[in-house]
Design a protein around this ligand. Structure first.
Ligand code: SF4
Length: 400
């Protein structure tokens, strides 16, 4: 599962002003399915192994939330829907179909909408994948992570490379023409050659999109305990990690995949519209336990406890409700926009905030250009290759 997803018991009962940071007039919908067959050893996402009956209760609670949500009026246009997790493909096609039906009743899911579902290869056979298609899913995002079984075992993944390929082929046979593959580099003990081989095989499958993230050892995970106890093979050093990153960009470019975000690569026109929305400030409504939202300039999250969420009779408890200040919106515009290869646009900044980029960030931008971290584009500025290597440092400078 990629890092982009959704990582006060107050109800924001206002009309969805569907013109937000992005300046567009529709919303993105994120649906969180917090179940997995088994927890991977590196994972800190909100997910757990739960029996089928509990999954069904959760689906009913999710449908209740969709029907009773008050943030957006009925008929709000939705241009992307993303089932993330967890493992959404653990649900049956019929359950995904019911959730889609509830969404269609409440929102105007636009005819060209991108409707993605994250899939663990072990959880969906050809029949189920076909049911997902019939339910309206038109993009699959497969957690493959590695093309080496021993690396998959180390990560605690429940599938083999062969099973991943079978699921990929079944998706193609079902008619899916928009598939992402998640890969993970910088694994304990991983050599550069092993990563290069994973990339080579992934490109042979010819997915439309590849997400390539470096492993992060998150606190509280089994990997973290092993790491701290010195029981994990050494992680690739900084130099190897950077070599892997640069090779990924160069290798995938040779195979037709352009990098459009720090860790995301796509064939022309196959960039993930849902995730691009997060990076460009498009409003999104998160439904399900722990799902985060950004609507009308306000951020909030649903209660992250699966049982409490399932037992809610209508709207779930909301936490972390916060209306962003103008300064925070500008900060987000910069540090999310700079993640994108296209960078940030000076004209869009002025249109949204009524102030020029020069006025707010002029001296910082000049310093970053002098340091070789930023470069000018026709529309504004983007990270250079050097800036991308230290992107966290560069982006943190834009906090006002
Ligand atoms: S399948 Fe994804 S969400 Fe589930 S435990 Fe593994 S990494 Fe986490």
């Amino acid at each position: 599962m990629t890092r982009i997803h959704q990582t006060g018991n107050q109800i924001v009962n206002r009309k969805c002003r569907r013109e937000d940071l992005s300046g567009t007039n529709s919303i993105s919908l994120y649906i969180h399915i917090p179940f997995c067959l088994r927890k991977c050893r590196y994972c800190d996402f909100l997910s757990a192994a739960r029996p089928r009956e509990e999954q069904e209760k959760y689906v009913r609670a999710l449908i209740r939330e969709i029907q009773s949500q008050l943030e957006c009026p009925s008929g709000t246009p939705a241009d992307t829907v993303f089932f993330g997790g967890g493992t959404p493909s653990i649900l049956s096609g019929e359950q995904i179909g019911r959730i889609m039906e509830a969404l269609r009743e409440r929102f105007d899911i636009l005819p060209h909408a991108e409707i993605s579902l994250e899939m663990n290869p072990r959880t969906a056979d050809a029949e189920k994948i076909l049911e997902f298609k019939k339910a309206g899913i038109n993009r699959l995002s497969m957690g493959v992570q590695s093309m080496h079984d021993e690396e998959l075992r180390l990560l605690g993944r429940i599938h083999t490379v062969r099973e991943a390929k079978e699921a990929f082929d079944a998706a193609r046979a079902a008619g899916f023409d928009n598939i992402n593959i998640d890969l993970m580099s910088a694994l304990p003990g991983q050599s550069f050659e092993s990563w290069a081989e994973s990339l080579r095989l992934a490109a042979e499958w010819k997915p439309e999109h590849i997400s390539a993230y470096s492993l992060i050892i998150e606190p509280g995970t089994p990997f973290c305990d092993l790491y701290e106890a010195g029981k994990l093979a050494p992680l690739p050093d900084e130099e190897t990690d950077r070599k892997m990153y640069h090779y990924t960009r160069e290798f995938l470019a040779r195979h037709g995949y352009a990098r459009y975000e720090i860790s995301n690569y796509a064939l022309p026109g196959r960039e993930c519209r849902h995730n691009s929305g997060y990076w460009t400030g498009h409003p999104y409504l998160g439904l399900g336990a722990g799902a985060a939202s950004y609507v009308n300039g306000t951020r909030f999250s649903n209660i992250a406890d699966i049982n409490s969420y399932t037992e809610a009779l209508s709207q779930p408890v909301r936490t972390d409700v916060r209306t962003l200040t103008e300064e925070e919106k500008m900060e987000e515009f910069m540090f999310l926009g700079l993640r994108m290869t296209a960078g940030v646009s000076a004209a869009v900044f002025q249109e949204r905030f009524g102030r020029t980029l020069e006025e707010v960030y002029g001296s910082l931008i000049r310093r970053h250009i002098a340091q070789g971290l930023l470069e000018e584009t026709e529309e504004g500025f983007c990270l250079t290759e050097k800036g991308t290597d230290v992107s966290n440092y560069v982006m943190s400078d834009y906090l006002l």
